[in-house]
Design a binder for this molecule. Structure first.
Ligand code: ZN
Length: 133
């Protein structure tokens, strides 16, 4: 993560302020490390391979749940294109909100699809290993 050191020599004492600099900007297209649940060439038909099921409760509330049908599918690295809509900078980390409204840490987002691949493969491997045991 990039950091800039702001040196303020005009202060009575030397203040060095560290500030995190965001890697991406608002409106920029980024790629999120992600997986899709696939068997052969077919995505899980219940959730389109996203592992997220959208539902409505009996009293009309919308909810999301993990897709249980994905268990018989394999996780495959599949970075997802997102557009940065908001940036949250704290003293210790930076988070980006994307078009879906979800916030992600900088380590989950990449400038290109190719750059997002290794982390996506890592996620897929972790999921597939977990499903075997
Ligand atoms: Zn599914």
């Amino acid at each position: 993560m990039n950091k800039v050191i702001l040196d303020k020599p005009d202060m009575p004492y030397r203040v060095i302020q560290e500030q995190l600099i965001p890697k991406f900007s608002i409106g920029q297209t980024v790629y999120r490390a992600c997986v899709r649940y696939i068997k052969g060439n077919a995505k899980c038909p219940h959730c389109s391979g996203t592992n997220i099921l959208h539902g409505i409760t009996n009293n009309g509330r919308e909810f999301q749940a993990d897709c249980k049908f994905c268990r018989s599918y394999k996780a495959k690295a599949a970075p997802v294109e997102e557009i940065v809509s908001k940036i949250l900078i704290t003293k210790h980390y930076i988070e980006y909100s994307v078009n879906t409204g979800v916030y992600y840490r900088e380590g989950e987002l990449f400038a290109t699809k190719a750059e997002a691949m290794p982390r996506s493969k890592e996620l897929a491997k972790g999921i597939n290993n977990r499903n075997i045991t």
